[in-house]
Design a protein around this ligand. Structure first.
Ligand SMILES: Cc1cc2nc3c(=O)[nH]c(=O)nc-3n(C[C@H](O)[C@H](O)[C@H](O)COP(=O)(O)OP(=O)(O)OC[C@H]3O[C@@H](n4cnc5c(N)ncnc54)[C@H](O)[C@@H]3O)c2cc1C
Length: 291
């Protein structure tokens, strides 16, 4: 189908983007990679009167380690992360996930920011950013705020962003010694959305005990989910097999999958348990190697 008519804007700076969002409110939509917005417009699920294209704004493409963070501009493409040597060396959870998002065509266009704001519970970046405890920088005309990732997702395809707000930055803590992460995704075929996905990130202290843990779940609830009780099982443990199994069971309990063509509720819940165990074991191996 052909989208409904809309006005197209391609501003040359962020202030202009913010002014347009302020003027048009709910009528306006940001165009990032277009991989979710354009299909929604073509199916007339979204009919924005104004489309504000933010491609080409260098500030939104920032991708560097500085000030104790890895800064990922919202317009950084999935393929940029998948192809980054820095990410491969220091951020294995990001690397694991980027490689299994969709196919090369979608990875070349789709962006991290677009994926997070689209708020599809089956999107891989949501759970990854929960595991990393990411923070977003959000701007509107005349103001800026920091939004912890835990406060972004309200329900399926709905975020806490106001219609006049633009995500201008995403940051995760810079990698340090004793950290490791992993992403496990069950998919029906290469390039598919997750049936179930699990993102884990852990930090081991000098004594080998877990000092920080992040676990995010993909496609098993109305939003990407944090498995907080599972994280609690790991803290202070030696990441031994029993602690990992206890965390995996708690992660499964935190999920609330629905049955569909990809599987039953019971199957998906059990896959959360299995994949959490696998992701944690790989995270621990990577954390020990980085100690
Ligand atoms: C065939 C196919 C397979 C896919 N498979 C997967 C998969 O396996 N895993 C996965 O995670 N995803 C998958 N996707 C989704 C893909 O990752 C999209 O790229 C992503 O969901 C949206 O990113 P985008 O940059 O294309 O955003 P767009 O479609 O341009 O925008 C999405 C939404 O975010 C808003 N937005 C974008 N940027 C900002 C910003 N900076 N501030 C405020 N609002 C903003 C837009 O207004 C829009 O509402 C798939 C998509 C397709 C078409």
């Amino acid at each position: 189908m052909i989208p409904a008519a809309f006005d197209y804007h391609h501003p040359s700076d962020i202030d202009e983007v913010l002014a347009l969002l302020d003027e048009h409110g709910w009528e306006a939509k940001i165009l990032a990679g277009g991989q979710s917005l354009i299909p929604a417009m073509r199916f007339r699920l979204a009919e924005p009167g104004t489309v504000v294209d933010v491609n080409g704004l260098a500030e939104l493409e920032r991708f560097e380690e500085s000030d104790g963070f890895l800064h990922i501009g919202p317009m950084v493409r999935h393929a940029t992360i998948a192809g980054s040597e820095l990410v491969r060396d220091r951020y294995p959870l990001l690397s694991d996930a980027a490689e299994v998002i969709a196919d090369p065509l979608v990875r070349n266009r789709g962006t991290v920011g677009g994926s997070l704001v689209h708020a599809d519970p089956a999107g891989d970046w949501g759970s990854v950013m929960l595991a990393y405890r990411a923070e977003l920088t959000v701007r509107r005309a005349g103001g800026e705020r920091t939004l912890p990732i835990d406060e972004l997702f309200l329900t399926t395809f709905v975020t806490s962003l106001e219609p006049n707000e633009l995500v201008t930055g995403i940051r995760i803590p810079a990698a340090s010694d004793g950290e490791g992460g992993a992403y496990e995704k069950l998919e029906r075929k290469v390039g598919d959305f997750a049936t179930v996905g699990v993102a884990t990130q852990i930090t081991l202290a000098d004594d080998g005990k877990v000092s920080a843990a992040g676990i995010g779940l993909t496609a098993v609830g109305a939003t990407s989910l944090r498995a907080a009780a599972a994280e609690g099982e790991l803290l202070g443990s030696g990441a031994e097999a029993a602690a990992i199994e206890a965390a995996a069971v708690k992660a499964a309990e935190a999920s609330s999958p629905t049955a569909d063509t990809r599987g039953s509720e019971e199957y998906k819940r059990d896959m959360v348990r299995v994949l959490t165990g696998r992701a944690l074991r790989r995270s621990v191996d990577r954390a020990r190697a980085a100690s």
